[in-house]
Design a protein around this ligand. Structure first.
Ligand code: ATP
Ligand code: MG
Length: 389
């Protein structure tokens, strides 16, 4: 059995290993350069349009579909000033409770990288808790008043006639900010929404239902109540786009592959660019279709391992439910019977909650008839299926 974590594919030094470089479609990192970002013209235009017109944009789509790449590419191409914060990383690094100190630390790093830092630091010189020396910025998290800081960033951006984009990736994790389910951060968002003409917020994440739950715009008690959010949703590439993507990727790295093999790979992997990129790297290494596909699946199963562990921590029933559904036990009564047969007398309300949450995390959806559940992503379905063997 070949076990090959994704990192080994890019970090090795063998001659078949693809080294990262720009203009490479098969680079495993989120893209930032428009030349290496394939297709998606419409989504790029939509995002730019949204940034120009609306304070808050949400970018959604399945895991590995290209959400982070879309936002980063647009930020770079349009030369917006930006502050990029990853909710999942902040959650993990803060031991599950994101504090103001964590946020300030990230802000400090991001703001220090503003392209016009020399000019920007002048704007910050009289903000309490911030000291600027030469090219470095240091913030005392206890003293910094976030609203004053936001105001300064907005003023600076207005003067520069450029937007400052605050990109909160994997934003559903921001509900772990502070002690009020992330409400302090939502209040900050609503302040920015209402007052900052040149600051634009983009939030993104693959667990779409949880993202909506977090923003909670329909609840009058929520800080963002009633605010309009433009949603840009990324879909998988269709078959012919996926084929062109692989053809171009292999062309770039000068690896020969039959069109028939490309077609077969797309048949198995569908149109999620992240999966196609994984495949591209592995085919370049093995030059064998079956091995490359097998190794891609192994890499992807490593990728979701963390998420599965997280689900397991919430309740082993989540993972069990996913395993049942991927193996075809996908009706309400089928699931209930399967749990009972295992000696788990799960209540109706608990099963309902588990299914609802799995939907919100974009693992499953209900079929059109509403009677059956299915795993949304076919590749993950295969991985979950084999995991239960
Ligand atoms: N349109 C595209 N052109 C080229 N590469 C792409 C494209 N979309 C995504 N990729 C590649 O696919 C992989 C996943 O992309 P990215 O990280 O942007 O997706 P994501 O939706 O943010 O994923 P996650 O849900 O894991 O955060 C990366 O290797 C990225 O370079
Ligand atoms: Mg991402």
């Amino acid at each position: 059995m070949i076990v090959l974590p994704p990192s080994e594919v890019t970090s090795g030094s063998g001659s078949d290993i693809i080294t990262t470089g720009d203009k490479m479609l098969f680079d495993l990192k989120p893209k930032e350069d428009i030349k290496s970002f394939f297709d998606r013209e419409e989504e790029i235009n939509d995002l730019v349009d949204s940034i120009e017109k609306y304070p808050l944009t949400m970018v959604t789509g399945l895991r590995r579909i290209g959400k982070s790449s879309l936002v980063r590419t647009v930020i770079k191409d349009k030369r917006y000033q930006s502050v990029c914060l990853d909710g999942r990383a902040m959650y993990a690094n803060s031991g599950g409770n994101i504090k103001k100190a964590d946020l300030i630390q990230r802000l400090q790093n991001a703001l220090s990288e503003f392209s016009n830092f020399e000019k920007f630091k002048v704007f910050l010189s009289n903000v309490r808790g911030i000291s600027v020396k030469d090219l470095s910025l240091s913030m005392n998290w206890k003293e910094v008043d976030l609203l004053s800081l936001i105001e300064k960033i907005d003023k600076f951006s207005e003067k520069e006639n450029n937007y400052a984009v605050f990109f909160f990736d994997e934003a559903q994790y921001l509900k772990y900010y502070g002690t009020k389910g992330g409400n302090d951060l939502l209040s900050l968002f609503s302040y920015m929404y209402d007052n900052s003409k040149f600051i634009k917020i983009i939030i993104s994440g693959s667990e779409i239902g949880l993202l909506h739950d977090f923003l909670n715009v329909d609840d009058y008690k929520s800080p963002l109540y009633g605010r309009y959010i433009r949603e840009i949703s990324l879909n998988p590439f269709d078959k012919s786009t996926s084929i062109s993507f692989l053809e171009k990727g292999f062309d770039e790295i000068k690896v020969k592959i039959d069109r028939e093999n490309i077609r077969r790979a797309v048949e198995v992997l569908d149109g999620i660019p992240g999966y196609l990129v994984e495949f591209g790297n592995r085919y370049a290494q093995f030059k064998d279709l079956d091995m490359a596909i097998k190794s891609t699946f192994q890499g992807l199963s490593g990728m979701i391992e963390g998420e599965i562990k997280e689900l397991e921590r919430k309740s082993p029933r989540y993972v069990q439910t996913l395993a049942y559904i991927s193996n075809g036990i996908n009706t309400w009564s089928g699931l209930k019977n399967a749990f009972f047969a295992k000696g788990d007398t799960i209540s109706d309300s608990r099963l309902y909650e588990i299914l609802k949450n799995l939907e919100k995390m974009t693992w499953i959806k209900q079929e059109r008839t509403g009677e059956k559940y299915e795993i949304i992503d076919n590749v993950l379905k295969e991985i979950l299926k084999s995991g239960d063997e």
